[in-house]
Design a protein around this ligand. Structure first.
Ligand SMILES: [Zn+2]
Length: 99
């Protein structure tokens, strides 16, 4: 299941933000959450970038169909991996908040 987060601000500090959106001061971009097996990624489809959020932090990935993960892998494979504007590490947090 792909989840569209409400706003960049939802992801701020905890999960990171698209560095291109931050540079442009664009808070309207919606990030896409994608899982590939146990790894969780946030993607900015507008700028074609993604970053790793965590691994097995959200067990829901186990209930997603393998086809969805294959689609996610194809999609992410066409995108550029970046460091998010604000990583969890830089915010002093080790895990994202419970959802
Ligand atoms: Zn962006």
């Amino acid at each position: 299941m792909s989840v569209t987060l409400q706003t960049q601000a939802d992801c701020d500090i905890h999960l990171g933000m698209c560095p291109h959106c931050v540079a442009a001061a664009d808070t309207s971009t919606r990030l896409m959450w994608r899982n590939i097996e146990s790894k969780h990624y946030l993607c900015c489809d507008h700028h074609g970038v993604f970053w790793l959020v965590g691994e097995n932090d959200y067990p829901a990935w186990r209930y997603e169909p393998a086809e969805l993960h294959a689609q996610n892998k194809t999609k992410i494979g066409s995108m550029q991996r970046v460091e998010p504007a604000h990583s969890r590490a830089s915010a002093g947090l080790s895990r994202p908040p419970p959802r």
